[in-house]
Design a protein around this ligand. Structure first.
Ligand code: SF4
Length: 468
């Protein structure tokens, strides 16, 4: 079991001065959490038809049978996202609970076996990047959430055999760990003597969504991580889609003051748009609206937020999103999204194949199909618009789906139906394995690594040596 220290974190004078300058604001996200208000007719009038009576009955029946859909993944929506969902079937699928989630509950309670990489409660240390859980909720909830165990507060097994819900990161524990790790790495010529890992240069603040925290809490993390020598801080957030008004004047004022106090630290916002309906306006016929000056018309508050980020050179915006059944397995939607994001200074970083969360078969598109969809979507895009890679997260680390052949591979045993090639982009367990390849015979039905276990042709990366 990880041990959390009880000693209080002491900010430096510089930190304290920065913290004292931050203004918190109040936000009214008009969140509806849970289905009860829908059952009881207590949601605002215009939301009342969002779930049909049949849908609610089916979900209720499942609960009575012991299959509580809200226990798998809590239900939550903001007013802003409801307004988007009203006009968009894909957005409805993203946010509305559905009985199909419960049809097959196969999957992992701890996708990626993250607890194997958690030396301190709330920290996942893989690579030169550490991920910290700073909060256990988001403004709204995606049904396919790959952090369902955290959001639903499920208990997960740890490597020492104990079972407990994942805890949140504490500033003092994380900064102590970063300092200690980096000290050992520096003393050993740049690599950790036991793990081969480099300095912890980057920390990804995640959860849940860090943007549900107040400005002062965000600022406290930013300053403490900078003081500990972290060079760049990533913030994983879907708030730009769920509640873009969160990126208000007080927030950008905090960012500017942070930059004044810590000019050496970069802030990388990893945003999460799945579909252009989340940020583009449509006309009465359901078409995106072309602007005379070029491009398409954005939702005003989202556009404002993106524009403010664009004015600040110390911040970047990168989009990364999974490709999920009936939400964005649509090349045309993905093409529009990639083009519009890049036009507005949001990089297209990664697209992901769905993870092996509990119930993943309701959400995941077959891996080879995702490859085809992404490639199709990038036809007609320029090089800078279409450079997002397709990744699937193995227990070992992030892999890139590099290619899927259409034709058989002559002379290659197992390649009679073509092959799929994966590259290990980041290896948490064995850093030197980064960049190595695995080749498998094609399986058009495969939604997870295990579906390729019987058709491995060449496994330089060792993806099939460990439990996938
Ligand atoms: S925004 Fe991310 S963490 Fe939050 S519910 Fe969606 S997938 Fe899960």
């Amino acid at each position: 079991m990880n041990v959390q220290t009880k000693i209080k974190y002491q900010p430096t004078e510089r930190e304290q001065a920065f913290l004292d300058s931050i203004v918190n604001a109040k936000y009214d996200r008009q969140i509806v959490a849970g289905l009860k208000k829908f059952y009881d007719g207590k949601v605002p009038e215009d939301m009342q038809g969002f779930y049909s009576a049949d849908e609610l009955d089916a979900i209720k029946k499942l609960k009575e049978e012991g299959n509580d859909l809200e226990a798998r993944m809590p239900v939550k929506i903001t007013r802003h996202y409801f307004e988007r969902a009203k006009k968009s079937k894909p957005i409805q699928v993203l946010v509305k609970a559905s009985p199909r989630e419960m049809e097959n509950l196969e999957g992992s309670e701890d996708p990626g076996k993250q607890m194997s990489y958690s030396p301190v409660e709330g920290l996942i240390h893989k690579y030169e990047l550490g991920l910290i859980y700073v909060v256990g909720t988001c403004s709204a909830h995606c049904r396919f959430c790959y952090r369902e165990e955290l959001i639903a507060k499920k208990e997960v097994e740890r490597p020492d055999g104990t079972v407990a819900a994942k805890g949140m990161a504490q500033i003092i524990d994380i900064t102590n760990y970063v300092r200690e790790h980096n000290k050992i790495v520096d003393a050993n010529g740049g690599l950790h003597p036991d793990t081969g890992r480099e300095r912890l240069r980057e920390i990804l603040m995640s959860g849940g969504d860090p943007m549900v925290l107040a400005n002062k809490n965000l600022g406290a993390w930013f300053a403490a991580l900078s003081e500990a020598g972290v060079e760049s801080i990533r913030i994983g957030t879907k708030e730009m889609a769920f509640y873009p008004d969160r990126f208000d004047e007080t927030f950008f004022d905090m960012l500017d003051k942070f930059h004044e106090a810590y000019p050496q630290t970069r802030l990388r916002f990893m945003v999460h748009f799945n579909h252009p309906d989340e940020f583009l306006e449509k006309d009465e016929d359901g078409n995106y609206i072309k602007l005379p000056e070029g491009g398409l018309q954005w939702v005003e508050s989202t556009k404002r937020a993106v524009t403010e980020f664009g004015k600040r050179g110390f911040t970047t915006l990168d989009n990364q999103a999974p490709i999920i059944k009936d939400i964005n397995n649509d090349p045309d939607a993905l093409r529009i999204m990639q083009r519009e994001l890049r036009r507005n200074k949001v990089e297209n970083h990664y697209f992901f194949c769905g993870r092996d969360i509990v119930g993943y078969k309701a959400f995941n598109v077959p891996i080879e199909e995702v490859w085809r969809i992404l490639n199709e979507s990038q036809k007609g895009l320029s090089g800078v618009e279409g450079h997002a890679r397709l990744s699937i997260t193995h227990y070992y680390g992030k892999t890139e789906v590099v290619g899927v052949t259409n034709d058989p591979m002559p002379g290659v045993k197992g390649g009679e139906n073509g092959v799929i090639i994966m590259k290990l982009m980041r290896s948490a367990e064995d850093a030197p394995k980064k960049g190595l390849f695995t080749v498998m015979g094609r399986n058009p039905e495969a939604v997870w690594f295990s579906d390729y276990a019987d058709r491995v042709i060449y496994d330089e990366a060792g993806l099939f040596e460990v439990r996938a």
